[in-house]
Design a protein around this ligand. Structure first.
Ligand code: CU
Length: 283
């Protein structure tokens, strides 16, 4: 399928991005209540709860495997099931069914690392998917990384949510930061103001690297660069127009980038080829 096809390029990072990321510490907290759930990701599946409460939820991914993984939450319209989703994808691998909606989640996480994203969950039936492909180009969800998650209608006792201090706005086809990201831990609000599904993959770059060089490494047939052109440290997976998510990430001084691999539905061209990538310095 196209959107996995364009993500194919991410796979090689699983071979090179083995350094441990320091887990994000909680930033300043507000009074906003939130629940916390954690999923282990491995080849090929997720371990975690199959039911959660509705509302703001920190979704943590712990990558206990050997390849790059993420969590793409997909919400199914009422009456649709995981089985119907699987059949629909089998019948037409080129597109997700119209009754399945991209609802974010923690983005690309290297082996041995953990990242998290906050999403506002509504009651209903969800799926957790990993859309990142293996080295044959098969998306991980087709290899078993697909698991149902029921969001109940019962409210739960909650902790406190970190207060976002930077906003990343996604549009067709740009990233905009509300202000500079500084060294330390930040909770970043990611808002999709575009007309297509977008994601934010946050990439730590080498000191003289650029997100353009990182993206260039994903050209089909490109040799694996040494040293690697960057390491993903999380972000928010695909969200629908008008939707949002939050990611708490820890930055050290240096160079970083943002990139979106989602394809334009009309052409299949990944958004970064339309300019949806940017680099920035953290001081
Ligand atoms: Cu995009």
């Amino acid at each position: 399928m196209k959107r996995t096809h364009v993500l194919l390029s991410v796979l090689f990072l699983s071979l090179v991005a083995l350094t441990l990321v320091v887990p994000a510490a909680p930033a300043a907290v507000s009074d906003t209540p939130i629940q916390f759930v954690s999923f282990d990701a491995y080849e090929y599946g997720f371990n975690g709860p199959d039911q959660v409460h509705p509302g703001l939820t920190t979704l943590q991914i712990i990558n206990t495997g050997k390849e790059l993984h993420h969590i793409q939450l997909v919400k199914l319209d009422a009456g649709k099931t995981a089985r119907q989703f699987t059949s629909a994808i089998k019948a037409d691998p080129g597109r997700f069914p119209a009754w399945a909606h991209f609802m974010g989640g923690p983005n690309a996480t290297p082996p041995g690392d953990r990242t998290a994203a906050v999403q506002d969950l509504k009651p209903g039936q969800y799926l957790l998917l990993c859309v990142i492909p293996d080295n044959q180009g098969t998306p991980h969800f087709a290899l078993g990384m697909i698991t149902p998650l029921t969001v109940t209608s019962k409210a739960a006792p909650r902790g406190a949510m970190a207060k976002p201090d930077v906003v990343i706005t996604l549009s067709d086809f740009h990233f905009a930061l509300s202000g500079p990201l500084t060294s330390g831990t930040h909770t970043i609000q990611v808002v999709n103001q575009g007309s297509q599904v977008h994601e934010a993959v946050v990439v730590q770059l080498p000191s003289h690297g650029s997100i353009t060089a990182f993206a260039a490494a994903f050209e089909p047939g490109a040799p694996l660069p040494d040293p690697p052109p960057g390491k993903p440290i999380g972000g928010v997976t695909g969200i629908e127009p008008g939707d949002q998510g939050w990611a708490t990430l820890t930055f050290s001084p240096g160079r970083y980038g943002l990139i979106c691999f989602f394809p334009d539905p009309a052409t299949g061209a990944p958004h970064f080829t339309k300019g949806m990538m940017v680099d920035f310095d953290v001081k």
